[in-house]
Design a protein around this ligand. Structure first.
Ligand code: G3H
Ligand code: 13P
Ligand code: ZN
Length: 322
């Protein structure tokens, strides 16, 4: 199977009450770990590349790595998506350069400017058979150079979604309902603590999601910032020399619930970073004499695979849906 767009994937996910995982890729081990998990579980998957990933690894290396994954895993549908494209030129580069899906994130602009830029990208993309994700509302956290402080985020206004989708022609819409980017999604002041002293974040705004669904029946919704920051990996990082106090994410049950509704794409990056870093730190601590990168990148790649398998089975519900 060649790379696909997400059109068919999202239709099936919407009707089937599950979501497709969109995982960020930055190097070979990450591409391999994700696609091995998806293949084993017969799950569709979205591999997404940020502007930062392109700056780190270069467009050609990343597209060729994804091409290799498509050859190695011919039985599962794979989308190559641009994550958080911030200009028409960046989206155009990716559309011309083999991506099957792009996100234009003009969510920090005014409603009218967001519409104008999104529509410009949609017109170009659709002409070339590429689909477009757009965003309304602002998430807290860090995306490339944009930093939005916790407490300064803005939930999506459901009364704007119909006009936005019909005027832009976008194919899916990322909304802000309380998720945010990174491993520190909430300040301690925004959370409560459970009996073990672990931070418990405020619940996602399912009322906002449901209102958006009512206004956009059948339309695929996207959730960014959906890492759960599993405490076992925070503990692993901290046990082996790291320092990640009070890292906190979105509880997996809430994401599972969203996946059963109209949320067809769930973005996960930080959990993969955390799993790789925890395992590499552990490896270094346990094998201080090793210096061959393959020795510590092998358990790191396995950690990516295990994390993605866990998400597919327990959060997304996309196993067996390839
Ligand atoms: O939304 C942000 C993603 O986690 C990508 O992060 O911009 O550091 O590659 P990055
Ligand atoms: P996390 O930082 O929660 O993994 O979110 C990733 C993301 O939204 C990429 O676009
Ligand atoms: Zn994001």
């Amino acid at each position: 199977m060649a790379l696909v767009t997400s059109t068919e994937m999202f239709k099936k996910a919407y009707d089937g009450g599950y979501a497709v995982g969109a995982f960020n890729v930055n190097n070979m081990e990450i591409v391999q770990g994700i696609t091995e998990a998806a293949d084993e579980l017969k799950s569709p998957v979205i591999l997404q590349v940020s502007k930062g990933a392109r700056a780190y690894a270069n467009h050609t290396y990343l597209t060729k790595l994804v091409e290799a994954a498509v050859i190695e895993h011919p039985d599962i549908p794979i989308v190559l998506h641009l994550d958080h494209g911030d200009t028409f030129e960046l989206c155009k580069d990716c559309i011309d350069g083999g991506f099957t899906s792009v996100m234009i994130d003009a969510s920090s602009k005014s409603f009218e400017d967001n519409i104008a830029l999104t529509k410009q990208v949609v017109d170009y993309a659709h002409d070339k058979g590429v689909v477009v994700e757009a965003e309304l509302g602002t998430l807290a956290g860090i995306e490339d150079e944009v930093v939005v402080e916790a407490g300064k985020e803005a939930y999506t206004r459901p009364e704007e979604v119909e006009e936005f989708v019909s005027r832009t022609g976008c194919d899916s819409l990322a909304i802000a309902i309380g998720t945010s980017h990174g491993a520190y999604k909430f300040t301690a002041a925004q959370c409560t603590r459970n009996a073990d002293g672990v931070l418990v974040p405020p619940p996602l705004r399912f009322d906002v999601l449901e209102e958006c669904i009512k206004r956009l029946p059948g339309f695929p919704i996207v959730l960014h910032g959906s890492s759960s920051v599993p405490q076992e990996f925070v503990k692993m990082v901290n046990t082996y020399g790291g320092n990640m106090p009070d890292a906190v994410g979105i509880p997996e049950e809430q994401l599972r619930q969203a996946a059963k509704l109209a949320v067809c794409k769930i973005n996960i990056d930080s959990d993969i970073r955390l799993a790789m870093t925890g395992n590499i730190r552990k490896y270094f601590a346990e094998h201080p004499d090793h210096f061959d990168p393959r020795q510590y990148l092998k358990p790191a790649r396995q950690a990516v695979k295990d994390m993605v398998s866990h998400k597919i089975k327990n959060v997304l519900g996309s196993d067996g849906k390839a």
